[in-house]
Structures are given as structure tokens and as C-alpha cells.
Design a protein around this ligand. Structure first.
Ligand code: FMN
Length: 356
């Protein structure tokens, strides 16, 4: 990979990205009662566009007021006030020549009932994470098994949130199917033990994701982006991977590739780590089974890792480096020596402290 590639344009649907670098979605827990992020959190995103990011993702926005929320003070995008709060952010990102993408999710079995007005946790099957909720120190509650009504209702939440993002002017929408949240709960044979058409085979476990993508695409015009994020790890029970083997992962990627989406975002802990006992990393394994553009992230922290990750992907995303270094893209451009930040250093994201 030469210098030219990382800073070369890339065509994503009808958008021409000015380079291959994006700001990964980052939850900030900064939206109090009105589910609107603090002003400094919104400005943080604009500054990353000013620094030269080609794509700026929002934090994961929760899709309903009933059971979607897993962390305190998360954002929503379904009321006019919420929509209006994002409009200037989207416009400012566009003025910097960057593409804005709203990421949305439902926390599924990782939800926290006390902060959801319906006081309910729902998931494909009544299987709670084995570990305790790190935020409360308490066990996660056993989820209610989702009924057909619940499934339809949750899909409506994704659709309404996508509509909110379109009304706010976002260039794209991302469906968050990664990290052990609801869509991931359906995909995983560990958390999905259903015996109906949503459980059992990989095709059946994929059905919920398929229905969400199809329903959301109806409200996302073809000239806007729709991306899907997937990972083989979750924030709880990390020892339980989504897929048992490479073949299962590739089956999911192949099914996703048939969807009307514009890119697959593969979230890894370490882009270079070999996966499924093979000598290949997730980028390589994913590339083998799709022609769709691939975004990759995980321990990309300097120019060498960015260029190396780009060998098996089209776009690289950074979370921690971009969070903690407002000049990261300039520093990459100048091939500066840069640190690999640790996870606990990123906890500053969840404080009231404005970040530069
Ligand atoms: C503070 C913080 C918040 C995050 N929030 C989200 C999120 O809302 N949605 C998501 O898909 N990933 C989220 N992630 C995961 C990152 O997008 C990324 O996949 C992960 O941090 C690995 O990339 P990195 O090594 O560049 O940090 C978050 C990460 C951090 C550090």
C-alpha cells in the first residue's frame, strides 16, 4: 500500500470520499432527559471533519423509548427537537467535505431496564449475559423472549430513527449489528435459541437483520448511504464469539452482500489479529466473501497500521486515536510516531469534560 492510497478518494455509492479515513461510532452518554447530545459532543464531531476525516459517524443512537437503551444519557433521533439539534452538525460536517453517517442500535439483552421507560429487556431468547453489568455491578436481567409483535415494533423503531436522520440531513445511516446488542443477539447461536423462523440455522438467525435492512432501506433514498456494522465479539461474555468458524462468518457476510447496502463495517479489537484459528485477519476473511466496500477498525493508530489495514479494506475507521487526538489525521499524513491508546484512556469519552 503506498502513500497515495490512504489519502486517495474512494467512491461510495454517489459520494466521493476525499480519503479512506473515518471517525468510528463512539457512544458518549452525554444526552440527558431530552436525548440530545451536549453541544461540546456535537462540536467534537465537527472538529474531526475539520481535521480531514472523510466520514464522521455519530455515536450509536437508540431506536426507541421502550427497551433499546443500555447506557445512561443516550441519544435518540425521533422528535423534531432531536432532529433540529443535529441539522447544524450535519451541515458543518458537509461544509468540511466529509460524509455524515448516523449509527443506530437496540441494546437487546444488554439493555438496562431502569433507564427504559417500559422497564423491560427483550432479546431473541431469555438468556442473560453471564457477566454482571459493569455499570451497576448487578447481574443483567433475564430478557423477555421477543414476540412477533415485539419484532415488528423494534423494526419500526429502526425505521423511525432512520427517518429522523434523513430529516436531519445525514448522508447515511448505519445499522449496528455488532458488539453483542440486539441484532447480534439474533445472529448468535449462543443468545438465540429460538425454534421459530428467527432461530436455528444461520439463515434463520439472519432473518431479523434482513427484515431491518429491508425496512430501513425503504426510507433511506438510494442517493444516501446505508451501511451495516458487524463484529465477531460482544461487549459482554467476550469468550462467546458470534460465529463458530470462518464459514459461518462468511455465510453472514454473503447474506449481507445481497442486501441493498453500500458497505459492510467490520469491527475488530485488532485488525491484524488472526481469526477463527486461521492465518487470516477479519479483513481478509471478509474480503473473500464480498464485493461490497469494507470498513475496518481495531488498533489502527499510526500510518503504518492504517496502510496495512487498508490492504484488506477500503476505508479505515478509528475510535480511540481520533477520540484522544484531535489532530490524528494530520499526524497520520505527516507519518508521526503515535501512541496506541489503551481502552481505559478512552473513558474520558463518558465524562462531562469537553474534549479538544
Ligand atoms: C468511547 C468509545 C465509544 C464507542 N461507542 C461505540 C458505538 O457507539 N458504536 C459502535 O459501533 N462502536 C463503538 N465503539 C467501538 C469503536 O467504534 C471501535 O470499534 C473500537 O473502539 C475499536 O477501534 P479503535 O481500536 O480504533 O478504538 C466505541 C469505542 C469507544 C472507545
Amino acid at each position: 500500500m503506498n502513500d497515495h492510497s490512504l489519502f486517495s478518494p474512494f467512491k461510495l455509492n454517489n459520494f466521493t470520499l476525499k480519503n479512506r479515513i473515518g471517525v468510528a461510532p463512539m457512544t458518549r452518554m452525554s444526552s440527558p432527559g431530552d436525548s440530545i447530545p451536549r453541544q461540546d459532543v456535537l462540536e467534537f464531531l465537527v472538529r474531526r471533519a475539520e481535521n480531514g476525516a472523510a466520514i464522521v459517524y455519530t455515536e450509536a443512537i437508540v431506536t426507541d423509548y421502550e427497551s433499546a437503551q443500555g447506557y445512561p444519557k443516550q441519544a435518540r433521533l425521533i422528535t423534531q427537537r432531536q432532529i433540529d439539534s443535529w441539522k447544524p452538525v450535519v451541515e458543518a460536517i458537509r461544509n468540511e467535505g466529509a460524509v455524515s453517517i448516523m449509527q443506530m442500535f437496540h441494546c437487546g439483552r444488554m439493555a438496562w431496564p431502569e433507564i427504559n421507560p417500559a422497564n423491560r429487556v427483550i432479546a431473541p431468547s431469555p438468556i442473560s449475559p453471564r457477566q454482571k453489568n459493569p455499570l451497576t455491578g448487578e447481574p443483567y436481567p433475564v430478557p423477555d423472549e421477543m414476540s412477533a409483535f415485539d419484532i415488528e415494533h423494534v423494526i419500526t423503531g429502526f425505521v423511525e430513527t432512520a427517518k429522523g436522520a434523513i430529516a436531519a440531513g445525514f448522508d447515511g445511516i448505519e445499522i449496528h449489528g455488532a458488539h453483542g446488542y440486539l441484532i447480534n443477539n439474533f445472529l448468535s447461536s449462543y443468545s438465540n435459541r429460538r425454534t421459530d423462523e428467527y432461530g436455528g440455522s444461520v439463515e434463520n438467525r439472519y432473518r431479523f437483520a434482513h427484515e431491518i435492512v429491508q425496512a430501513v432501506r425503504q426510507v433511506v433514498p438510494t442517493n444516501r448511504l446505508l451501511t451495516f456494522r458487524v463484529s465477531n465479539w460482544g461487549v459482554a461474555d467476550m469468550d462467546v464469539s458470534l460465529c463458530a468458524d470462518k464459514m459461518e462468518w462468511q455465510q453472514i457476510i454473503k447474506m449481507l452482500s445481497k442486501e441493498p447496502i453500500d458497505a459492510i463495517s467490520v469491527s475488530t479489537y485488532d485488525y491484524s489479529a488472526h481469526a477463527f484459528g486461521t492465518g487470516q485477519n477479519m479483513g481478509q476473511i471478509t474480503r473473500e466473501s464480498t464485493d461490497l466496500p469494507i470498513m475496518i477498525c481495531g488498533k489502527i493508530y499510526d500510518r503504518a497500521t492504517a496502510e496495512d489495514a487498508l490492504r484488506n479494506a477500503d476505508i479505515i475507521l478509528s475510535a480511540k486515536s481520533i477520540l484522544l487526538n484531535p489532530n490524528w489525521i494530520d499526524d497520520i499524513r505527516e507519518s508521526k510516531e503515535l501512541p496506541l491508546y489503551k481502552s481505559d484512556e478512552a473513558n474520558v469519552a463518558y465524562t462531562d469534560e469537553p474534549l479538544p
